[in-house]
Design a protein around this ligand. Structure first.
Ligand SMILES: [Zn+2]
Ligand SMILES: [Zn+2]
Length: 126
């Protein structure tokens, strides 16, 4: 047996030690990565846009009328024309949609016009 003491030391002590240090670094690295991901996820939850919708009372203030044949267009929400479902709403920003389509949009999804992104509340409050 001609093994040098240094080599013996290296084989039996330093390597496991290095490996455990590496494990530790990996652990810390992994921990930090998880921490960063977690704070990112939390910030997404905390700063997520609060859903702003219109209440039904305000919705009823919008101009509602029955479609007439001289008005040829399609509802930009459902992409169907106004022949089938004739009750439409004209928004203050002069966009027309089926009443049921725009009601679902304003009262369930968003207060902004799906076409021009105008906030409908600014018209209703004045
Ligand atoms: Zn529609
Ligand atoms: Zn609009």
């Amino acid at each position: 047996m001609n093994l040098h003491l240094d080599e013996f030391y290296f084989m039996h002590f330093e390597r496991p030690l290095r490996s455990s240090i590496q494990d530790f670094y990996d652990y810390v690295d992994n921990f930090l990565q998880c921490y960063i991901e977690l704070t990112f996820i939390l910030s997404e939850i905390v700063f997520e846009d609060v859903k702003v919708i219109l209440n039904e009372k305000d919705f009823e203030k919008l101009t509602c009328f029955e479609y007439t044949d001289n008005f040829k267009d399609t509802c930009q929400i459902c992409l169907e024309d106004y022949q089938e479902n004739r009750i439409v709403v004209k928004t203050p920003c002069n966009h027309i949609f089926h009443k049921k389509c725009i009601k679902k949009w304003f009262c369930d999804t968003n207060v902004k016009c799906p076409l021009c992104r105008e906030d409908i509340r600014t018209f209703l409050s004045s």
